[in-house]
Ligand binder design. Structure first.
Ligand code: FAD
Length: 275
């Protein structure tokens, strides 16, 4: 199995302890030499400084790093300044998003295609722009067609590649690739991989972000919910098998949602024989 574009995502730290954990995790994962690490941007820009500080430090440690970015409630001038700060320090990849909607703040969201257009207008072709894609359809989309239509708008605005929302059904991903190709979308679409380590966390978050946990997986997770070791073992097998299938089927790489933990990603990596 040949290695392709692998990347590791960190959640932006919100405290000194969380920051320390992120850098420890980075220390353990950097030997896998990923294409890049990315750092999330909290809903509405709530982690703007935390994201920027983590990104600049990872960059100074010699890793390729891609900040996530969304307009949130910020002025265009502030977002432009952030982009220029990144550009000056040699960062050349960003993940452009609409972002999650902070509670009670529906009015200030700017769609991701507008951010892609903004980045291209302000910084030309400096950045490789990643955008989000949804093999199981974004939860706010009214139809498959509208989801694809708005995905294509991001590509037409200048996105270079995409990372998917996580899923546990490889068929959804392959069908999505077919649908994208028929819509004229030809950029690489890298599957996002969420390791399964915790019953309540994965069930709650999957409901929010519209990721389906297939019934049979859910049944096993339920039966292991008070047996963390069996749950982790089962989750590792299921996710590793799916990743192997994705790579064999032609996925251009994998993007791991690490949640700032190294072990679940390392175990999947080893199961795939990528070590
Ligand atoms: P968009 O592409 O703007 O789409 C949002 C919805 O609006 C979709 O239903 C789309 O079909 C529709 N739409 C798009 N354009 C238009 C338009 N012009 N008119 C009408 N409808 C439109 N969230 C964070 O807050 N911080 C992060 O760091 C973060 N990182 C992520 C990383 C990845 C790889 C992924 C997959 C998601 C991430 N998210 C993050 C979550 C993401 O912000 C949410 O899924 C959000 O709801 C949508 O973001 P988007 O960029 O896909 O939005």
């Amino acid at each position: 199995m040949t290695a392709r574009n692998f990347s590791f995502e960190f959640s932006a730290p919100k405290s000194a302890d969380a920051s320390e954990k992120l850098f420890k995790t980075h220390d353990r994962l950097k030997r896998f030499d990923p294409e890049f690490f990315s750092v999330t941007y909290g809903a509405g820009g709530s982690t703007r400084d935390g994201t920027r500080d983590a990104v600049l430090k990872l960059n100074s440690l010699g890793s390729n790093v891609a900040p996530h970015l969304s307009f949130g409630g910020e002025s265009p001038e502030k977002i432009e300044q952030l982009l220029l700060d990144y550009q000056c320090t040699g960062i050349n990849r960003v993940v452009a998003l609409r972002g999650d909607i902070p509670s009670g703040n529906m009015n200030t969201m700017t769609y991701a295609n507008e951010l892609v257009t903004f980045i291209r207008a302000k910084t030309g072709n400096h950045f490789h722009i990643e955008v989000a894609a949804y093999p199981e359809v974004h939860p706010e989309s009214t139809s498959v067609e509208s989801d694809l239509h708005f995905f294509k708008k991001k590509v037409d605005a200048g996105a270079d590649s995409a990372i998917t929302q996580y899923f546990y059904n490889a068929d959804a991903y392959f069908r999505y690739l077919d649908a994208c190709s028929k819509t004229g979308i030809t950029i690489p679409i890298v599957p996002g991989v969420m390791p399964i380590t915790n019953y309540h966390g994965i069930v709650r978050f999957s409901k929010i972000c519209g990721a389906e946990i297939p019934r049979w997986i859910l049944q096993y997770l339920e039966s292991y919910q008070n047996d963390p070791e069996s749950l982790r073992k089962f989750g590792l097998e299921v996710v590793s098998d799916m990743c192997a299938r994705l790579l064999t089927g032609g996925a251009p790489g994998l993007h791991f949602y690490t949640l700032n933990q190294s072990l679940p990603t390392i175990r999947i990596w080893q199961n795939l024989g990528l070590d």
